[in-house]
Design a binder for this molecule. Structure first.
Ligand code: IMP
Ligand code: MG
Length: 188
């Protein structure tokens, strides 16, 4: 794709209002850290972070887990939306078979559960590897968009059916750096 095409596509989408402010996100991530300390006290917890969108959430979460839990952090790449905002049923995972998770307590850390396809594929893969428990933490959930039933054990915010960016989430690679979560204004 040429730089001109990229600019043309991006210009169709513009940054909309703040949906969740950085301070609200920080408050929830802190409380999740406290809850994890309580639930996994004295144990080893394997975090499986879904790239790219879950990276920032995971970085803040790791800092919020302050005591008594030994954390191991792994990264898995899930197929992305590219420049589209429409979900795909075919989920490509890479890196998810390289961890030693037999008998482990696993917590999947993802930015957002939308259709549920990504989370379902990942939870199934990790369970097949013999993990003792596999839970899911998602910063955001869009219940109206769910196609596949997936239990979200820890959810920060349930949001309406709108495409969002910021705090690690992108649109075609843009807007990840923003501290707040914004709605993306674009023709869908
Ligand atoms: P699912 O497989 O449809 O649940 O999609 C999950 C993945 O799609 C998320 O982990 C995100 O990476 C991406 N995604 C879904 N909705 C949004 C959004 O509103 N903004 C940015 N990324 C999104
Ligand atoms: Mg994701």
């Amino acid at each position: 794709m040429s730089p001109t095409e990229l600019t043309a596509e991006r210009s169709e989408a513009s940054l909309g209002r703040v949906l969740i402010a950085a301070a609200q996100i920080a408050e929830w991530v802190e409380s999740l850290g406290v809850e994890i300390c309580r639930e996994y006290a004295g144990q080893t917890l394997d975090l499986v972070v879904v790239l790219e969108g879950g990276r920032k959430f995971a970085a803040d979460l790791v800092r919020a887990v302050r005591t008594s839990v030994e954390l191991r952090v792994h990264f898995v790449q899930a197929s992305s939306y590219g420049r589209s905002t429409v979900s795909t049923e075919t989920v490509r995972l890479s890196g998810d078979r390289e961890f030693q998770l037999h008998g482990a307590q696993v917590l999947v850390v993802d930015d957002i559960v939308d259709s549920g396809h990504t989370a379902r594929a990942l939870l199934d893969s990790l369970s097949r590897q013999g993990a003792d428990s596999v839970r899911l933490a998602a910063l955001l959930s869009k219940p109206d968009r769910r196609v596949v039933d997936v239990p979200v054990d820890y959810v920060g915010f349930e949001i309406p059916d709108e495409f969002v960016v910021g705090y690690g989430m992108d649109y075609g690679g843009a807007f990840r750096n923003l501290p707040d979560i914004h709605v993306l204004d674009e023709p869908r």
